[in-house]
Design a protein around this ligand. Structure first.
Ligand SMILES: NC(=O)C1=CN([C@@H]2O[C@H](COP(=O)(O)OP(=O)(O)OC[C@H]3O[C@@H](n4cnc5c(N)ncnc54)[C@H](OP(=O)(O)O)[C@@H]3O)[C@@H](O)[C@H]2O)C=CC1
Ligand SMILES: O=C(O)[C@@H]1CCC=N1
Length: 272
């Protein structure tokens, strides 16, 4: 994989997350990376500068010589981007799309040739090598292509293969998932401050609490319910806090949020 040439179409958050993760893990060579966007020169320059990359003289030729083309533009921009660059994309390449809601068949139809397409749904934790990524195969992608996609995403987190009809559910859960936890952390920090702590102290305690809870889940083999019960002394503080969360139906809110995000992923893809 290390010798493979990559083009990223799109220079936004997701390209940066994947790129930062792959470079940090030394899985990709700077001279083998091309990044392009639509119009934001300042953003592109910043990205190139931050990661020590150069802009090719001929973008089309750089795409043509890539082994992997990653599509990381907003779902509504996939068509424009592919219509502009498809003449440089060919059957010896693998196209990986991370666009929410956009089917492999739609991308295949835009490419107008039997090109291997894999749809992936990572999350921004790629940046630190901890993404939860799901991938699914398109019509023309082979087992070898899936292996390459697995290799790429397992370098920056864990990977599962799913059927394409599951990709919207994955998007609602783990694609959007980091934001749910950040939202919770924002609320916990505010709560700590309201309770009288210094902002820095509230942030440190919150961060270590979420980190510790994640490690407990990953390393003890215990179920979340059991771990929750271990914290909750009868008549104690946790019980008092959880009663408030239950009164506000936090569990229902979370379920509704994931289902709505899944539905939104379906909506984003419905015209394509
Ligand atoms: N952010 C996330 O957590 C995740 C995002 N995704 C998916 O990744 C994709 C990208 O998201 P994200 O990185 O957040 O989006 P951003 O808005 O951060 O970036 C989008 C990029 O696409 C570029 N772009 C737009 N139109 C074109 C075009 N016609 N040709 C080339 N480049 C173009 C933009 O360039 P310019 O600025 O010049 O317009 C910009 O660099 C989305 O489809 C999203 O669903 C998937 C998983 C997680
Ligand atoms: O919010 C979005 O649409 C993208 C897809 C998953 C995470 N971010």
């Amino acid at each position: 994989m290390k010798e493979k040439k990559f083009t990223f179409i799109g220079a936004g958050s997701m390209t940066e997350a994947i790129l930062a993760g792959l470079l940090e893990k030394n899985k990709i060579l700077r001279q083998n990376i091309t990044i392009l966007n639509k119009s934001n020169k300042i953003r592109l320059q910043k990205l190139l500068q931050t990661y020590g990359l150069t802009k090719p003289q001929q973008i089309g030729e750089a795409i043509r010589h890539s082994d992997v083309v990653v599509i990381a533009v907003k779902p509504k921009d996939v068509e424009d981007a592919l219509l502009k660059w498809r003449e440089y994309i060919h059957e010896k390449q693998l196209v990986i799309s991370v666009a929410a809601g956009i089917s492999t068949s739609y991308i295949e139809s835009l490419l107008q040739a039997n090109i291997a397409v894999i749809r992936a749904m990572p999350n921004t934790s790629c940046t630190v090598g901890l993404s939860a990524t799901a991938i699914c195969s398109g019509k023309w992608s082979t087992e070898q292509d899936m292996q390459l996609a697995k290799e790429i995403f397992s370098a920056i987190g864990m990977v599962v293969s799913v059927k394409e009809e599951m990709m919207d559910a994955v998007t609602g859960l783990s694609g959007s998932g980091p934001a749910y936890f950040y939202y919770m952390v924002e609320a916990l920090e505010q709560a700590g401050i309201r309770a009288g702590l210094q902002p820095d102290t509230a942030r440190q305690l919150t961060l270590q609490t979420i980190l510790g809870a994640a490690h407990m889940l990953a390393e003890t083999g215990k179920k979340p319910t059991e771990l929750r019960q271990e914290v909750t002394s009868p008549g104690g503080t946790t019980m008092a806090g959880l009663e408030v969360l239950s009164k506000y139906q936090l569990d229902q809110a979370v379920i509704e949020a994931v289902l709505r995000a899944k539905e939104r992923s379906q909506e984003l893809g419905q015209y394509f």
